[in-house]
Design a protein around this ligand. Structure first.
Ligand SMILES: [Zn+2]
Length: 224
């Protein structure tokens, strides 16, 4: 068997330590089904697992991960739309109360977009997918006559601008817009700093990410 030994070790640890603590919860969830209050959309990046960051238990958060935590605008064609299907399930079936879009520092997807911009495509899928952040990049560039492309600060600002643009894309889904307008659903942007563990939450009124104050974690660098 070629199953990764690291995962086997981890599974044995889970069975011997966490499963006994969570067994009742798993059994109840198996019988009643899940009813998470929160959906988190975050990057595939191995450093930003929301279950770890938010110390969550089984059944608590409905997680959608993709490269650079993006949501395409509403586009009900006959094609297969994995992100939209997950959103539909979370919003219409599970009726979550929050959709959190969590970006993060040092995002490889965002870096790929910047590095590949104006160059021939280097792969079959990533560049097409990352083209979803082009509007955020254009708005950032328009506001940034200095054009500091490629520096770390630019990437951070683009990571955060992309989260804000994705919140806008969420509102192109009629059911999401309706529930937000009825104050039955909140959509929230967040940003996780991989190096410090700091978390910031987007404040639409201030048009900026505000750090969450918490113990050992340092605040993410403001990128606005
Ligand atoms: Zn990422």
């Amino acid at each position: 068997m070629s199953f990764p030994s690291r995962l086997l070790d981890g599974y044995h640890t889970f069975v011997s330590s966490r499963l006994p603590q969570e067994r009742g919860r798993y059994q109840a969830l198996a019988e009643t089904g899940q009813s998470p209050e929160t959906m988190v959309i975050c990057c595939c990046d191995s450093r930003v697992a929301p279950e770890v960051i938010f110390d969550s238990h089984p059944g608590e958060i409905f997680v959608l991960r993709n490269v650079a935590n993006l949501v395409p605008p509403y586009n009900p064609t006959g094609l297969t739309h994995g992100v939209s299907a997950a959103l539909e399930f979370a919003v219409q079936i599970l009726k979550v109360k929050y959709v959190i879009v969590m970006g993060h520092s040092r995002c490889g997807g965002v870096r790929a977009f910047v590095e590949h911009r104006n160059r021939p495509k280097v792969g079959d899928f990533i560049d097409n997918w990352m083209s979803l952040i082009a509007p955020a990049a254009q708005s950032l560039d328009a506001a940034d006559a200095a054009g500091r492309h490629g520096d770390a600060d630019y990437l951070s600002r683009l990571e955060q601008a992309s989260v804000v643009a994705t919140l806008g894309n969420l509102l192109t889904f009629p059911d999401i817009r309706k529930r937000v307008n009825e104050r039955d659903l909140q959509i929230v942007g967040a940003y996780f700093d991989v190096a410090t563990g700091g978390l910031a939450v987007y404040d639409p009124d201030a048009a900026a990410f505000a750090p969450i104050k918490s113990g050992m974690a340092q605040e993410p660098a403001a990128a606005g």
